[in-house]
Design a protein around this ligand. Structure first.
Ligand code: DX5
Ligand code: ZN
Length: 224
């Protein structure tokens, strides 16, 4: 089985957005990870509908939109219209999480929930079978280029057990501090998809780095 790679456009050079999107289009990457930050849920502001729409027009791969915003329920249809194929909201930002997930599914997008480093996996017990994706935050959200939090491995393993115990088909995505060094171990622990911003865009040859990440994320399950 091979892991999915989702370069985070947040670390791209926005003065050369078309070239950066084309680089991902022609690479071995699977998804575009798009970080939306509102300056309230997280201490940073990134992009809104206009920029995401522009990326969607140029991208030939699914847009994996990660909403780090309060009240994401107010804008679900607009994100879908902007071109999001996956819409992920934060557990910590949703009082009525089940309702928001149904709202996302009604638009035809895949529905995801992201959990911050302090949020236990066990809190997803009664919602996991409704989720297409869980993003396990391996940094505190807000910025690219932060160091990976090692406790993430334990959470991935717990989440993998929870998904299997309910026969769910939820994908596990890791977001923050993914490198060529930790990619293989993350996939072996149960991750399906790896976000990578700094590792890809601050490398001398981003296309080659994506190829190496994809290779590192190849995981041959031992045969019984
Ligand atoms: C962090 C964002 C991440 C970020 C990852 O709040 O959600 O998607 O772009 O960047 P790196 O890979 O540089 O940690
Ligand atoms: Zn993200």
């Amino acid at each position: 089985m091979s892991g999915l790679i989702a370069p985070s456009i947040l670390s791209a050079d926005f003065t050369r957005l078309r070239e950066e999107v084309d680089m991902i289009n022609h690479s071995e990457a699977d998804w575009f990870h798009v970080d939306v930050m509102d300056g309230v849920f997280v201490p940073n502001i990134t992009m809104g509908f206009l920029v995401v729409k522009a990326i969607a027009r140029m991208a030939t791969k699914p847009l994996d939109v990660h909403l780090m915003t309060v009240h994401p329920e107010h804008y679900i249809q607009q994100w879908r219209d902007a071109g999001a194929q996956h819409i992920t909201v934060h557990y910590e930002a949703c009082t009525h999480l089940h309702r928001v997930i149904q709202q996302i599914k009604l638009t035809g997008a895949k529905a995801g929930v992201a959990i911050n480093p302090h949020t236990p996996v066990s809190l997803l017990k009664d919602i996991i079978s409704d989720l297409d994706i869980v993003i396990v935050m391996s940094v505190n959200p807000g910025f690219g280029g932060q160091a990976f939090i090692p406790h993430t491995f334990k959470k991935v393993s717990e989440l993998s057990d929870l998904i299997h115990s309910q026969n769910a088909s939820t994908l596990i995505e890791i977001d923050g501090g993914v490198t060529l060094e930790n990619a293989t171990m993350l996939i072996e622990t149960g991750a399906d998809s790896l976000v990578a911003g700094n590792t890809v865009f601050n490398s001398p040859n981003p296309t080659e780095t994506i190829r190496l990440l994809k290779k590192a994320a190849k995981h041959n399950k031992p045969t019984l």
